[in-house]
Design a protein around this ligand. Structure first.
Ligand code: HEM
Ligand SMILES: [Cu+2]
Length: 536
């Protein structure tokens, strides 16, 4: 197979439309992937600014820069954007769209038009949420979980915001259906199931969660809208409804949703490790099956978000026990990554540095998850800053760091250019330091009893709050340098060869950027995905 193509790249291949229309009406999975990436990172930028503003408010006790009401809206909008517009669609809809069909040797996804429709649902949902901030009673102040009964009674524009999230749910479900079908039907000749790259396995497991769990959220949100508009009384206790039902329905989706966030991240780092350790991945099947195990066991643990809400002791013990069980497949993955690095000839470049920091930060997030999962300690840390620290370590230190790793890794493939490695490493160092200075103090704050979602605090929390705010400035600097490097390299970076890292999966056998239908000739697969060194 050739690594350079004589065909024009997909950027230069004219479709039916030109200009902006050639993007927003394109059915090419690569263009759609880029649409997602640009829209997602624009929303991410807004949410980071909100986060930094919240941290500024928290630099000292008492009112600093915003009122309590504004703070409530800020953490709600920050949470909604980060969860529904950034981290859930994140790796699958952005990088998965671009890379997965290439990795299985397909020309596109199974349903290219539905793929475009998913993006349209995504962007419409986002627009509806933005409109909700400035209309009706203004930005919602319920937190991203929209807990009843407050979300039924508040005068803020919860109805429209929730409708926006409903549209995002449809988008996510459609992407799941598309990916699962694509992986079943469009694999290149010879691409047997156990020759699939592990990133594809992770998207496959994620696809099933998107298909089976997201409709539950969609229905729950419709019930909430119906209750707000027509006072139907599903959830409002004053009308005979039950607020606990909302919590159950919400978490039956939202716990599996954390696996929509983390599985693709785990899949992405599993691609990066063998390439820069120059070794076959250790425990291929264990990693593939642990993705499926996480995806299915993830449905059984939602109650761990509700230990203090009201449940029988038996139910609480069962949920706690099952939560510990889900930790096992994640542990298997961490073990396999470390075993793959062991005795490899490691090349410490930016994608691998982001990957190693992902393993470290995700492990802290995962292990503190066990403190939340154990009944006795949960009651102590519930609703405190310990939780804020825990989920930022898993979602940001975990998923977002893996996302950044993968963004650097596949940057040459997507843009056809190289970024500046030295600058990437500088950005990584600053990000890593900033991240820990920002979030580690929150574990201590939580143990000391600082509750979450408050714009004010007692003077005794001042030191840790101050350190955390300084951390947010360091982190923001790291992000700025990283994005400056990547964005400017799109225009000025050196031209990238087809296979700059010496990777052995199919996306590296075509040119960078790939031609319109990915491969000049249909690739035929004869072996496993990671052929390096002795095991070749
Ligand atoms: C510059 C980066 C960030 C900063 C400075 C930041 C800061 C904050 C702060 C101060 C809060 C409010 C805590 C409270 O009052 O309870 C918060 C909440 C939250 N953050 Fe972040 N954050 C950042 C990045 C992220 C990322 C990358 C994600 C997810 C991928 C995320 C997800 C959330 C969520 C889900 C909440 C909870 C909102 C709620 O409770 O309703 N954050 N963040
Ligand atoms: Cu959970």
């Amino acid at each position: 197979m050739t690594t350079e193509s004589s065909e024009k790249s997909f950027y230069e291949t004219p479709g039916r439309h030109t200009g902006i229309l050639s993007w927003i009406l394109s059915t090419d999975h690569k263009r759609i992937g880029i649409l997602y990436l640009t829209s997602m990172f624009s929303f991410f930028f807004v949410a980071v600014i909100l986060g930094v503003l919240m941290r500024l408010e928290l630099i000292a006790p008492g009112r600093t820069i915003m009122s309590a009401t504004t703070y409530n809206a800020a953490f709600t909008v920050h949470g909604v954007i980060m969860i529904f517009l950034f981290i859930i669609p994140g790796i699958p809809a952005g990088l998965g769209n671009f890379i997965m069909p290439l990795q299985i040797g397909a020309r596109d996804v199974a349903f290219p038009r539905i793929n475009l429709m998913s993006w349209w649902f995504y962007i419409s949902g986002a627009i509806v949420i933005i409109v909700s901030l400035f209309t009706g009673g203004g930005a919602p102040d319920t937190g991203w979980t929209f807990y009843v009964p407050y979300s039924i009674r508040t005068g803020t524009n919860v109805t429209l915001a929730v409708f926006g999230v409903f549209l995002l749910g449809i988008s996510s479900t459609l992407t799941g259906i598309n990916f699962v079908t694509t992986i079943h039907r469009l694999r290149a000749p010879g691409m047997k199931w156990f020759r699939l790259p592990l990133f594809v396995w992770s998207l496959y497991a994620t696809g099933w969660v998107q298909i089976l769990a997201t409709p539950v959220l969609a229905l729950t949100l419709l019930l909430l809208i119906a209750e707000r508009l027509y006072g139907l009384g599903f959830f409002d206790p004053s009308k005979g409804g039950d607020p606990l039902m909302f919590e159950h329905l919400f978490w039956i989706y939202s716990h599996p949703a954390v696996y929509i966030m983390i599985l693709p991240a785990m899949g992405a780092v599993t691609e990066i490790i063998p390439v820069f350790a120059r070794r076959t991945i250790f425990g291929y099947k264990a990693i593939a099956f642990s993705s499926l195990a996480i995806a299915s066991a993830g449905y059984l643990v939602w109650g761990h978000h509700m230990f203090t809400s009201g449940m029988s002791d038996t139910a609480r013990m069962v949920f706690s026990f099952l939560t510990f069980i889900v930790a096992i497949p994640s542990g298997i993955k961490v073990f396999n990554w470390v075993a793959s690095l062991y005795k490899g000839s490691i090349e410490l470049v930016s994608p691998l540095l982001f990957t190693i920091s992902f393993i470290f930060l995700f492990s802290i997030g995962g292990l503190t998850g066990l403190i939340n999962g154990a009944l006795a300690t949960n009651v102590f840390v519930h609703g405190t800053y310990f939780i804020v620290a825990h989920f930022h370590y898993t979602m940001f230190g975990g998923t977002a760091f893996a996302f950044f790793a993968a963004l650097h890794f596949w940057f040459p493939k997507i843009t056809g250019r190289m970024y500046r490695e030295a600058l990437a490493i500088k950005a990584w160092i600053i990000l890593f330091i900033g991240f820990n200075v920002l979030y580690f103090p929150m574990f201590i704050l939580g143990f000391e009893g600082m509750p979450r979602r408050y714009y004010d605090y007692l003077p005794r929390f001042q030191t840790e709050q101050f350190i955390s705010t300084v951390g947010s400035w360091i982190l923001a600097t790291g992000l700025a340098i990283m994005f400056y490097n990547l964005i400017s390299s799109i225009f000025t970076g050196e031209k990238a060869p087809g296979n700059p890292w010496g990777g052995s999966t199919l996306e590296w056998t075509t040119s960078s950027p790939p031609p319109h239908e990915n491969f000049e000739e249909q690739p035929v697969v004869t072996g496993g995905p990671y052929r390096f060194g002795k095991g070749k």
